[in-house]
Design a protein around this ligand. Structure first.
Ligand SMILES: Cc1ncc(COP(=O)(O)O)c(C=O)c1O
Length: 491
């Protein structure tokens, strides 16, 4: 029986242009990419080293070395006296197909793709950030040798000093630099706060709906999550905390995330009293305190407790993700003096010190007044965007949806009854390239106690003149109607 002769691989479109890596590397990657994309089939025979060298104007040694590397990594095999053959058979599920690519995306990756799409919550206006100033500050510090070695685990002293001045004046936070720990965003601050105060199995109260990233740490660390229902407009029922025996409470008192309520001073004082009397911990995430549009923000719980000389049960968490930009990944934790060394021990074990050059640039950004200037400018801009959002929502939805959240922060929370489900609407929006966060995203399980639907729209990074068009698009999906012309509607 005659054997079928193997497919001879056509290498006509093989390209090794580009400047990175040696020619051998580039050839290796070019061939490997063809195999992995299944463009060159299993069993196919590659041209001889001499022929390929001629075709690509390479030395024969270069081609031989690239082939040897492909053999070593198992992409091709060498058959004595016969040549080189592709020996990778990719499973079907590995092959990208146009139709399956989006549907089969795992949720985590789907989320990553959506991170900066229109209405993605928590993204500030990136175009309005003073990038040139930031670049000059980074440059100022980039070559400093003293910042290149190991650094203070707690964060650069100069940044902690600048931050303590800023927090004292803007949030009445009661601290000095020795109680501040610089972290990789609020996320690391929250991890440290939990690890420093709780033991596995301890109970922690948390708002529901609430900050999903916090819930992840609670679940992963094996603490007992006890949820506190957040009612539209009323927010947290403080009495339900006062009767609780939980070891800790995590909350977002300035602008409850995502329901957009706030706690007044009387409620804050009751919570402080609860913590002190029962020797419990409060983790205060002062999220969005900088962006209140209707009134001045309330004094932080930590600051109130400090004024009364009893802030030793409160851990205060903040972040630069919203007031500057997300990828900066800098935040802070202000802790009672008794917890500093424990927090540092944990930080040391988890990550070691924090990137120093950005800390130095940030210290200057704060000290030279740029942070406050930027926050003031952004408060005006977000206030305008918030007004435009309300206006567009009212025009395109009429009374079919209701805005629950207070005028603050970078997002708006909607509620409606009947009609499209929140998850369906979110899916349709995603297909249209818009992020609409269903409220279920912020809840540990399905929402058994809700008889209404809700969704969150982040407007921080949406251009002012795009708001109308995007809201019109969402309204069209909401009503299951073909997209309407926005020009006539917005007139
Ligand atoms: C409630 C809350 N806290 C903190 C943060 C900031 O987190 P990070 O500093 O890790 O970006 C966010 C971001 O969206 C948030 O929603």
């Amino acid at each position: 029986m005659a054997l079928l002769s193997p497919t001879l691989i056509e290498t006509g479109d093989l390209s090794i242009t580009g400047s990175s890596g040696t020619r051998q590397d580039r050839l290796f990657h070019a061939i490997r990419d063809k195999i992995v994309a299944n463009l060159w089939p299993m069993g196919g025979r590659l041209p001889s080293t001499r022929k390929l060298a001629e075709e690509l104007s390479l030395s024969r040694n270069t081609v031989t070395a690239a082939y040897e590397q492909l053999v070593a990594e198992g992409y091709i095999e060498s058959r004595l006296g016969s040549g080189f053959y592709i020996c990778v058979d990719l499973p079907d599920h590995y092959l990208p197909t146009q139709s399956s690519r989006d549907d089969s995306r795992p949720p985590a990756i789907a989320q990553a793709l959506d991170l900066n799409a229109p209405f993605a919550p928590g993204v500030p206006d990136l175009a309005a950030f003073p990038a040139a100033k930031w670049q000059s500050l980074l440059q100022r510090h980039a070559g400093r040798q003293s910042l290149m070695g190991n650094q203070d685990l707690q964060g650069l002293a100069v940044l902690r000093q600048a931050l303590s001045d800023y927090l004292a004046s803007s949030r009445s936070v009661h601290c000095d630099p020795s109680r501040i720990i610089i972290t990789a965003g609020a996320q690391q601050a929250l991890s440290l706060a939990l690890l420093a105060t709780l033991n596995r199995g301890d109970r922690i109260l948390m708002e529901q709906p609430g900050y999903t990233q916090m819930r992840k740490i609670i679940d992963w660390q094996g603490y007992q999550l006890q949820t506190l229902n957040i009612q539209p407009y009323q927010g947290l029922d403080v009495n339900s905390v006062l009767t609780s025996e939980s070891e800790a409470l995590y909350l977002t008192p300035s602008n409850q995330y995502p329901m957009g309520t706030t706690l007044n001073t009387e409620q804050r004082l009751k919570l402080i009293e609860w913590a002190i009397a029962g020797k419990r911990w409060i983790i205060e995430d002062d999220y969005d305190s900088e962006f209140q549009f209707a009134h001045r923000p309330y004094t932080s719980l930590q600051g109130l407790a400090g004024q009364m000389g009893c802030d030793d049960r409160i851990l205060y968490v903040g972040s630069f993700s919203k007031v500057m930009f997300n990828s900066l990944r800098l935040g802070y934790l202000v802790v009672p003096s008794s917890l500093v060394s424990r927090c540092l021990m944990i930080k040391d074990a988890l990550t070691g010190d924090t990137q120093a050059h950005t800390q130095a640039a940030l210290a200057d950004f704060i000290q030279e007044g740029d942070l406050l200037r930027h926050i003031r400018k952004m408060r005006r801009l977000y206030k305008d965007k918030h007004r435009l959002m309300l206006d567009a929502i009212s025009r395109f939805f009429g009374d079919q949806v209701e805005v629950l959240s207070q005028p603050a922060g970078l997002h708006i929370t909607l509620r409606w009854q009947g009609g499209i489900g929140e998850d369906d609407w979110a899916q349709q929006a995603e297909a249209a390239g818009i992020v609409l966060r269903p409220l279920s995203y912020y809840e540990p399980a399905a929402h058994p106690t809700r008889d209404w639907q809700g969704a969150v729209l982040g407007f921080g990074n949406v251009a002012t003149d795009a708001i109308d068009t995007l809201i019109a698009r969402l309204a069209a999906l909401f009503h299951h109607q073909p997209e309407r012309s926005t020009s006539s509607e917005s007139a």
